[in-house]
Design a protein around this ligand. Structure first.
Ligand code: ATP
Ligand code: MG
Ligand code: MG
Length: 350
């Protein structure tokens, strides 16, 4: 009865741990922060920093494979773990998605459409990049950004200095503003034999930089749906990827533009828990454990709503609605902007 090691103990780690348990695996969470949400469900939890070599070694020696819910694990920790046990998805997937500049170059070199971009390390770079790309544009830190953090919009050139100051000296990328009609994402999985299964694309709405809702089916033509799935498969193959990946896309009149990729289960894939027989978490565990992938076919139309901060007060209301599945992360303190849970409302049969 194998044990799956999971780096990161947030809600994604928690839901991976539940899926692992359902398939008869044990899970061991490694998380630097105290009282991680995944710690309530995993068999074993190590609470230690990524710099603690003894703790990392003991963790790696106690598991059969390591996966992650968090892509910013330091390289030194990954080196140590990989010397003892396989990491899936592999290191290349992490290296590409940890750094927006590397990611943009990788996607462009695959022949995919991305926003026009340029590296920005200082004011000279920014002036040059703005000359080339123009405004409106978005300046984003190359590393550690999530939920719209580490980004500054430059709607007019006069806002450039402030945007650069917002980066606080961190290396950044300037991206041209994509004129999209809406946003969608593909949750795609690749197994160890190279088999690929994609979930139906979901349509995403963000609020204050944080995912608000994901709706399936997304508004896409049959051709766009095919493009979305084919480009996701191309990315997975190029990385010799094993596991689930989230691919965020902008829908434009000129076709699909790739925004970013996440080498892990993804918030915009939470609808699969109630819209499919096999959800993204089980699919990821299957891939990582070397099982065949399940069928990702969708049986229901779903609207996923994130419960951010006080939204969690609406639980009694949702609990009365028989078409709503409630997923709470067991977080004790409610904070503004904190993801407390989500609900999946079934809106019809697929
Ligand atoms: P996540 O939590 O998804 O990892 P993030 O902090 O990495 O978010 P992005 O996905 O890069 O941020 O951007 C957040 C949102 O900002 C996008 O979903 C989109 O709505 C908008 N956005 C980002 N880049 C662009 C762009 N180049 N053009 C237009 N809108 C953009
Ligand atoms: Mg991101
Ligand atoms: Mg994003």
């Amino acid at each position: 009865n194998a044990t799956i090691g999971i780096l990161g103990g947030g809600q994604l780690g928690r839901m991976l741990s539940v899926a692992a348990s359902r398939l008869g695996f044990k899970s061991h969470i490694y998380e630097p922060g105290a009282n991680p949400p995944a710690g309530h469900v995993a068999e074993t939890v190590t609470t230690a920093p990524y710099e603690d070599e003894a703790a990392l070694r003991a963790f790696a020696e106690s598991v059969d494979v390591v996966t992650y819910e968090f892509e910013n694990v330091p390289t030194s920790a990954l080196d140590l773990i990989e010397s003892l046990v396989p990491i899936r998805p592999n290191r290349k997937a992490l290296a590409v998605s940890q750094d927006r500049l590397v990611e943009k170059n990788f996607l462009r070199d695959l022949g995919l459409s991305v926003a026009p971009f340029a590296a920005v390390d200082d004011d000279l770079d920014l002036a040059e990049a703005l000359l080339e790309i123009g405004a409106p544009a978005i300046l984003k830190t190359r590393r550690f950004g999530y939920d719209g953090k580490g980004q500054a919009r430059i709607m007019e050139l006069s806002e450039a200095d402030q945007a650069l100051a917002d980066m606080a000296g961190a290396p950044a990328v300037l991206e041209g503003f994509v004129d999209f009609s809406h946003e969608v994402s593909v949750i795609a999985a690749r197994g160890q034999a190279g088999d690929i299964s994609c979930f139906d694309p979901g349509e995403n709405v963000h609020k204050s930089g944080i995912l608000h809702t994901t709706t399936v089916p997304a508004r896409l033509t049959p051709a766009q749906r095919t493009d979305a799935v084919l480009l996701a498969a191309k990315i997975l193959n190029a990385l010799d990827y094993v596991g689930v990946m989230g691919v965020e896309l902008f829908v434009t009149s000129a076709g699909l533009v790739v925004n970013e990729i996440a080498p892990r289960v993804h918030n915009s894939g939470h609808w699969t828990q109630n819209g499919c027989v096999i959800d993204q978490f089980e699919q990821h565990i299957r891939a990582v454990a070397g099982w065949p992938l399940g069928d990702g076919k969708r049986h229901s139309n779903v609207e996923m709503l994130n419960l951010i901060g006080d939204d969690v007060d609406r639980i009694p209301e949702f609990a009365k609605d028989g078409s709503v599945a409630i997923h709470l992360y067991g977080k004790a303190d409610v904070k503004p902007g904190r993801k407390m849970g989500h609900v999946n409302k079934i809106t019809g049969a697929a």
